[in-house]
Design a binder for this molecule. Structure first.
Ligand SMILES: Cc1cc2nc3c(=O)[nH]c(=O)nc-3n(C[C@H](O)[C@H](O)[C@H](O)COP(=O)(O)OP(=O)(O)OC[C@H]3O[C@@H](n4cnc5c(N)ncnc54)[C@H](O)[C@@H]3O)c2cc1C
Length: 390
């Protein structure tokens, strides 16, 4: 296998590096690339989004007709590598750039493209994803939120939950049932809904980290204009599956870089505490290193699929299973190395101990979001191994 990059990517890499050196400085650099998207740093994060938009670094893969740069999967990988290398801040606009933007490019009306794509590319409007409900997570098609057309607007009633950054966003894309009589997957529609209105109540949930990462969102006669449905009534399931399929694997590049840094820190802690002569500890550290290398090669495999077939394929589930489990094991190992010290963190503190404990606790959610481990096993069983459906 040849892991060298084609030389023509060097110019693009140099362009990215030079822009980041000039713009990712001072308070932007201090934002860091942690998972913690607290309300206190949110305005600065949004300013960074606008800085990136002004530099033309949002929507790189989008067609030029809609303001993107139509870069290749390899160029996208190079951008992700450089952004991670420079410790670029965790993005406020992920849902806009990564999910609803590409959805509107493919399925949106001219009015929707005109209205929404520009503000996403300029980092001016922040989106969140309203799919999960109290009774519908893995079984998303079981959702109960309803929408009906009344005159020139859709009226929405129901509840979403675990909606990341809803309390910090301007718009939400929502799946709602528009035909109760149709088959489960058929009666669902896809809506674009403004969050700032009397029919919507957003209640942030405090997670076990003490953070307000996600929310409950209540729709009680919430409204959106009649032309804010994406596709036709009943197209929602098909469009939502496409939305979830736009992930091209390159988002994992940044995470891999963070994992490598974390592993280095854990090895350093083990050395400091004289634990590297312990055979069990050595074995666990070596396993973590091997796991990291396997994930790195898995990433190249995913990107190769994207270059060849335009999408990551169901094998991406293997990667999701691998990294979420690996990260839980690494953070457990770190906690074992720290011993009693690991219990001393408080969520208002800062510093290395806080970051490591934050990572340990946040890793619990990683086998749940973006498809739980059990669901990934089902996908691998059915679509990779060709086993009968469960
Ligand atoms: C940090 C975080 C952020 C999130 N952000 C968002 C967001 O922004 N927007 C959004 O819409 N949602 C979001 N979610 C919700 C997430 O998509 C759901 O939690 C996930 O889909 C699982 O659904 P659930 O929580 O209802 O669990 P359930 O589906 O009820 O699952 C409960 C358990 O049963 C298992 N299970 C379920 N079905 C099967 C099956 N067929 N076979 C075997 N086992 C099964 C699951 O693996 C799990 O262990 C977020 C979740 C987290 C943790």
């Amino acid at each position: 296998m040849d892991f060298t990059y084609p030389p023509e990517l060097d110019t693009f890499r140099a362009e990215i590096r030079s822009w980041l050196e000039q713009h990712l400085t001072g308070e932007f650099l201090e934002l860091g690339n942690g998972e913690d998207l607290g309300a206190d740093t949110w305005p600065l994060r949004c300013r960074w989004e606008q800085e990136m938009g002004a530099g033309g670094w949002i929507g790189l893969e989008w067609p030029t007709a809609y303001g993107g740069r139509e870069v290749s999967a390899m160029e996208s990988l190079v951008f992700a590598e450089e952004y991670a290398r420079a410790s670029g801040p965790t993005r406020a606009g992920t849902f806009g750039e990564g999910l609803i933007g590409p959805t509107l490019v493919h399925f949106g009306s001219d009015i929707q493209k005109e209205r929404f794509l520009g503000p996403i590319l300029r980092g001016e409007e922040i989106w969140c994803q309203g799919f999960s409900e109290p009774g519908a997570g893995s079984d998303l098609a079981g959702l109960a939120t309803k929408a009906r057309l009344e005159g020139d607007q859709w009226v929405i009633d129901g509840q979403k939950v675990w909606t990341s950054q809803a309390h910090l966003s301007e718009w939400i894309f929502v799946l709602a049932r528009t035909d109760g009589a149709a088959a489960k997957h058929k009666g669902i529609s896809f809506f674009l809904v403004p969050l700032d209105q009397p029919g919507i109540e957003i209640r942030p949930l405090v997670d076990m980290l003490g953070d307000q990462h996600f929310c409950e969102v209540f729709f009680d006669g919430a409204t959106t204009a009649a032309d804010m449905i994406v596709g036709e009534p009943g197209d929602g399931w098909k469009i939502a599956m496409a939305t979830l399929g736009f992930e091209r694997g390159t988002a994992f590049v940044g995470q891999l870089k963070k994992f490598a840094t974390e592993l280095d820190i854990v090895i350093g802690l083990a050395r400091e505490r004289g634990l590297t002569s312990d055979p069990v500890m050595r074995q666990r550290l070596a396993q973590s290193h091997i796991g990291l290398e396997l994930m790195r090669f898995g990433l190249f495999r995913t990107v190769t699929s994207v270059v060849r077939y335009g999408r990551p394929g169901p094998e991406a589930s293997i990667g999701k299973l691998q990294w979420s489990k690996w990260h839980q094991e690494l953070t457990e190992l770190c906690t074992d190395i720290l011993g009693a010290e690991a219990t001393l963190d408080h969520h208002h503190t800062t510093g290395l101990l806080h970051d490591l404990q934050h990572s340990f606790l946040f890793a619990r959610s990683q086998t749940i979001y973006a498809g739980s481990s059990e669901v990934q096993h089902n996908i691998i069983g059915e679509r990779v191994l060709g086993l009968p459906k469960d």
